[in-house]
Design a protein around this ligand. Structure first.
Ligand code: 4GW
Ligand code: MN
Length: 350
């Protein structure tokens, strides 16, 4: 056998030397391109993983990294308060939720929140502080529509609004009796929920106007249907709740029933749930009216009756409805929404 014949010798025998150079070079090129393709194509997120510490790949979706404390199973953030109802609705206290996670979730849904408030007659004086403090603390970073129900549209103050936030003034009639002003809110809320809010917002938060925001009130309160523990009764026994106790009223609650005493000054939920609640309460109020009876705490009594049979999916702690006349108990880590003291003689029925 010729000493020049071997494996290469065979190849050498078939191709001229110049062809071999070209083939070798092409093979090298192919491998190089293949490698570059592998690095830069379908695995691009892999590249960003190593080049940027600010993004991460999770199921191929780029998201900003979120760094926060792991939820504790064995050491709850608070064990001095009830954090969950027997029907598994969260009770929202400072320390029970993480606003970074919740804000991210609601931002992704691009949620718009409607804040409804009634300012009938002299109560327009509360609007300026109400709106200014809401701009600082209410649903910061989210889209907000303020719906102001008033009989005095010209007296609604102009307040500077941040991006994504609007004031909508809805002119409504007033009523001579203050009880009627307070109760008719249910009727107007149900009417406008169906007519307008359903097309404009995802959630409604329905509040009193004689209030100011004093700390963050954000998306942690949002749920299908939420109510708020009355600051005067959160620690009280069932028998001392001031439910309507006369069986003749539609708001009647027997003494051996009831979970909590809810405050009428702040409740809400999805537009659909608020529509159902306000419609039911308004109808009950009208039945009472026809029967010549008015519930002890007007619409608040009817709200309490409703929540007894339609359990809220989230409950706000008294942090979300506080009155400094009740002092500053240790249990209260934040006072987010505060009653503004009012001069009853000067403000009411004027
Ligand atoms: C007594 O003369 C009055 S007037 C009781 C309530 C009145 C009233 C209430 C009013 O003249 N105009 C008005 O817009 N309202 C609305 O109803 C307003 O949104 C107010 O926050 C809500 C409930 O009334 P309130 O805040 O006076 O009730 P409390 O003292 O229980 O927070
Ligand atoms: Mn009030």
């Amino acid at each position: 056998m010729d000493k020049h014949q071997g494996k290469t010798g065979v190849v050498k025998g078939y191709f001229p030397k110049s062809h071999l150079h070209v083939m070798g070079f092409s093979t090298l090129l192919c491998f190089s391109f293949g490698y570059l393709w592998y690095v830069f194509s379908g695995t691009s997120s892999k590249v960003s993983d190593t080049t940027s510490s600010n993004t991460q790949d999770f199921h191929n979706i780029k998201k900003p990294r979120m760094i926060y404390t792991k939820p504790q199973i064995l050491k709850p953030p608070r064990c001095d308060v009830l954090m969950m109802t027997p029907w598994f609705a969260p009770i929202v206290w400072e320390g029970t939720y993480n606003s970074e996670i919740l804000n991210e979730q609601f931002r992704q849904r691009n949620v718009t929140v409607g804040l409804t408030v009634f300012a009938i007659k002299k109560y327009v004086v509360f609007l300026k502080t109400f709106l200014e403090t809401a701009e600082t603390y209410f649903m910061v970073g989210h889209r907000v529509n303020y719906y102001i129900f008033t009989d005095r549209p010209e007296e609604v103050p102009k307040v500077a609004l941040k991006e994504g936030r609007n004031v909508v003034v809805l002119q409504v009639q007033n009523y001579p009796r203050w009880q009627e002003i307070s109760m008719r809110r249910m009727e107007m809320l149900s009417y406008f929920s169906q007519q307008r809010f359903i097309n404009e917002v995802s959630y409604l938060v329905c509040v009193d106007v004689d209030m100011r925001f004093n700390d963050q009130v954000g998306v942690e309160i949002l749920s299908d249907l939420f109510g708020t523990l009355h600051p005067g009764f959160y620690a009280a026994e069932r028998r001392s709740f001031t439910y309507e106790r006369r069986p003749a009223s539609q708001a009647y609650v027997p003494s051996d029933e009831g979970d909590f005493y809810y405050m009428g000054s702040i409740f809400g939920g999805t537009v659909m749930e608020v529509y159902k609640l306000t419609k039911k309460c308004h109808e009950a109020i009208m039945v009472d009216k026809a029967n010549g009876i008015e519930a002890i705490w007007q619409e608040e009594s009817h709200l309490n009756k409703y929540f007894l049979y339609h359990k809220p999916t989230k409950i706000l702690s008294p942090e979300y409805m506080w009155d400094d006349n009740l002092g500053r108990p240790e249990i209260l880590k934040k006072r987010r929404f505060l009653a503004v003291p009012k001069n009853h003689a000067a403000i009411r029925n004027k």
